[in-house]
Design a protein around this ligand. Structure first.
Ligand SMILES: *[C@@H]1O[C@H](CO)[C@@H](O)[C@H](O)[C@H]1NC(C)=O
Ligand SMILES: *[C@@H]1O[C@H](CO)[C@@H](O)[C@H](O)[C@H]1NC(C)=O
Length: 211
């Protein structure tokens, strides 16, 4: 019974302290958000440790983006891209992931964009993942279309070599079983057709194809 008599005064003191704690010394939320920079958005030092040793030391040396891309997108070859090796899912799930970031699966339809993208993934040590990008041939077998419905250019320099000894062909070679486009880490991230239900990482492009 006597406990109750003690508790209320204690609570009253706590309440009084909270009441008199000056709100101006609390960090206003508006000054917090600018400190969330693209380099702190993910903690690469811990997440990347299992797969790479280069990313943690190089991540802070990224040059500031030339193009004004919303975090977490980066200017790569003049596009606002988010190369995300941390989340994996099938093609449709990863498309949904991009949509949630107001973006689309990336449309890599220019050589310079592809070059800069490959350089970026190697530079950051995140080139050991397969990445879904925004094309498939599910509507008509062999007719590869970007998510903006434009035709995907076949052949060099985009598509991976396939074969051995002296017989080489270019992807896509999966026919009716492999209908979604990804960057193949086993072949230097060149284009390859994959089973749409496989789990892969993703590259999103900010608002590229949402019209
Ligand atoms: C490769 O990427 C790094 C980091 O973004 C950049 O400093 C370097 O200039 C790029 N190299 C080429 C050849 O684009
Ligand atoms: C292929 O891409 C189109 C958009 O271009 C999409 O509507 C369709 O659902 C995709 N197919 C699969 C199997 O995800």
């Amino acid at each position: 019974m006597s406990v109750c008599k003690c508790v209320f005064p204690v609570l009253a003191v706590v309440a009084a302290i909270v009441e008199t704690y000056p709100t101006s010394t609390r960090t206003p939320t508006s000054t917090r958000s600018p400190s969330i920079s693209s380099t702190t958005w993910f903690p690469p030092a811990t997440i990347n440790a299992a797969t790479t040793t280069t990313a943690p030391s190089t991540i802070t040396t990224i040059a500031p983006p030339q193009k004004d891309c919303a975090v977490p997108f980066k200017d790569i070859g003049g596009r606002c891209l988010f190369i995300n090796p941390f989340t994996k899912g099938n093609w449709m799930e990863m498309r949904y992931f991009c949509h949630e970031l107001l973006s689309e699966l990336a449309v890599i339809n220019e050589g310079n964009v592809f070059t800069e993208l490959l350089n970026f993934t190697r530079f950051e040590g995140i080139d050991q993942h397969d990445y879904w990008i925004g094309a498939n041939d599910t509507e008509t077998e062999g007719d590869w279309r970007w998510v903006n419905h434009k035709k995907v250019v076949l052949g060099s320099p985009y598509w991976a070599l396939y074969g051995n000894f002296d017989v080489y062909v270019l992807e896509p070679q999966g026919g009716y079983t492999e209908n979604c486009l990804y960057l193949d880490s086993s072949r230097f991230l060149y284009f390859d057709d994959g089973d749409c239900s496989q789990e892969k990482a993703v590259i999103c492009e900010y608002r590229n194809s949402i019209e």
